[in-house]
Write a protein that binds this ligand. Structure first.
Ligand SMILES: Cc1ncc(COP(=O)(O)O)c(C=O)c1O
Length: 469
């Protein structure tokens, strides 16, 4: 039986199942589910038992009994004069890993790399920047505007990227886009229109990126990878124009964590100059570096041959869907044409807010605070492994907020399964290996230690250690 509480002034659909135990049980379950799932917010007043009974076409006593059951269970409160309300409750805390049963609920902890600690998003500072940006924005800022993105943001980015990442950027050649994936789609299209058939990628990376490349009509071909990282010295043969470009993560190879060596940087730039090919530089987490001097962007070596990709997904949040391309001047018109008149995908208010966030210094402050947070977690991870799982070594840890944990041969899948059993979402290195990659497979985990909140991190680390021992 389904009913809507029109009499209550809130259009809420409840499905009351006629279970073996009857209507009372069905209504109690349906209401409990609505409260538990958040459809009925804490404090909300429920309709009187008389009006709900009339609305659902059932006896008033049945509703009164269901309410009484839920009051006894603590889901509802009943007070003279203020009626029956949804109780104020804390969000249920997940059971501790030791007691957590194998269940079909989602994992209690998440160490899948890619997402920063979303609980530390600088909400208050972002709101302040939003208010300032909106107050200062001229009316015409709210129009269609420039498809490259707001000039305020392009100018702020040019200054920031030059200062923090060594990028040589002119605001006229910056294009704001919806994150890295959007930029990759645009460049894939440009390269295909130029007649390219393949794009070289690294042996390890993200399958979603390889799929986008294929969708743009290009084949993704993995470069060799050795203990020093991606090899770029083998590109020389492909001078026939079929190879349109090379996609690299030079500052911090994803996910292996090594920077591209200076001689390999030089080799790929030589290749691009010789052939007219493009280097696509994915600088996804360049700000997060701990043990060494910052590794500057490759783009600084040759702004005419390198397309620089930046994103707000690591330093702020992926949900913003904000990224930026710094384009070689002769490539910019082609990318603009690929974006076309139909693609206006980046909301102007977020762009203005980010511009204000950067120019006010809030971005730098947030990056510095996040760096400290992730560095602390990384140190805790390394210390916990040394104490609890000494056969496991953490590599690629000088930067970013994920680590590659090297495992004894043949154990990757069983550790991933053990982690899942304990309620921990985790990926093995195999997930990030290109299907055509040539280096011998290695057993390892890719641990995103930036993903949990500060309160979730100790439990996640404890569960990881449990799965490794
Ligand atoms: C290697 C790599 N590049 C780029 C990104 C950012 O992608 P986007 O800006 O589309 O969110 C990520 C995010 O996880 C990543 O891991």
């Amino acid at each position: 039986m389904a009913g809507s509480w029109a009499t209550f002034g809130v259009d809420l659909h409840v499905d009351v199942a006629r279970t073996g135990s009857g209507l009372r049980r069905g209504l109690t379950d349906a209401l409990r589910e609505a409260v538990r799932g958040g459809r009925l917010a804490p404090g909300i007043r429920l309709p009187s038992s008389r009006s709900l009974a009339a609305d659902l076409g059932i006896a008033r006593n049945t509703v009164a009994d269901a309410y009484a059951d839920l009051v006894a269970e603590g889901w509802l409160t009943a007070r003279q004069g203020s009626g029956t309300r949804v109780a104020q409750r804390d969000v249920p805390v997940p059971a501790s890993p030791a007691r957590r049963p194998r269940s079909r609920q989602g994992p209690a902890y998440d160490l899948v790399p890619g997402t920063p600690d979303l609980a530390s998003f600088p909400r208050a500072e972002w709101l302040k920047a939003y208010r300032r940006a909106l107050t200062a924005a001229p009316n015409d800022a709210l129009g269609y505007g420039d498809p490259r993105g707001r000039v305020e943001l392009r100018t702020a980015l040019a200054g920031y990227l030059a200062r923090a990442r060594g990028v040589r950027a002119d605001p006229d050649h910056i294009l704001v886009c919806s994150g890295f994936v959007h930029g990759l789609m645009l460049l894939g299209e440009v390269l295909r229109r130029r007649g390219a058939r393949t794009l070289a990628v690294e042996s390890y990376g993200l399958d979603v990126h390889w799929e986008l490349i294929e969708r743009a009509g290009l084949e993704s071909v993995p470069l060799p990878f050795d203990e020093l990282g991606t090899r770029t010295d083998d590109l020389g043969e492909a001078d026939d124009g079929a190879l349109g470009g090379v996609l690299l993560t030079p500052a911090h190879q994803f996910p292996m964590g090594v920077p591209l060596r200076p001689d390999r940087r030089a080799a790929v730039v030589d290749w691009a100059r010789r052939t007219g090919g493009l280097i696509l530089e994915d600088d996804y987490d360049g700000e997060f570096r701990y043990d060494r001097q910052p590794v500057g962007a490759l783009q600084g070596l040759d702004p005419d041959r390198v397309v620089y990709f930046g994103t707000a997904s690591k330093a702020l949040a992926p949900g913003l869907r904000l990224g930026w391309l710094v384009l070689p001047p002769d490539v910019a018109p082609e990318v603009m044409a690929a974006k076309g008149g139909a693609d206006w995908s980046c909301g102007v208010l977020d762009q203005l807010t980010l511009a204000e966030f950067i120019t006010s210094g809030a971005y730098d402050r947030h990056v510095r605070a996040s760096r400290l947070r992730y560095r602390r977690r990384r140190d805790q991870l390394v210390a916990a492994l040394a104490a609890r799982a000494p056969s496991v070594t953490a590599t690629g840890i000088a930067a970013g907020f994920h680590a590659v944990l090297r495992l004894p041969p043949g154990t990757e899948q069983s550790v991933v399964r053990a982690a899942a059993w304990h309620g921990l979402a985790l990926h093995g290195l195999t997930t990030y290996r290109h299907p055509a990659a040539t280096p011998p497979p290695a057993d390892a985990l890719v641990v995103g230690y930036g993903t949990p909140s500060d309160s979730g991190w100790p439990g996640a680390l404890e569960t990881l250690c449990g799965a490794l021992t």
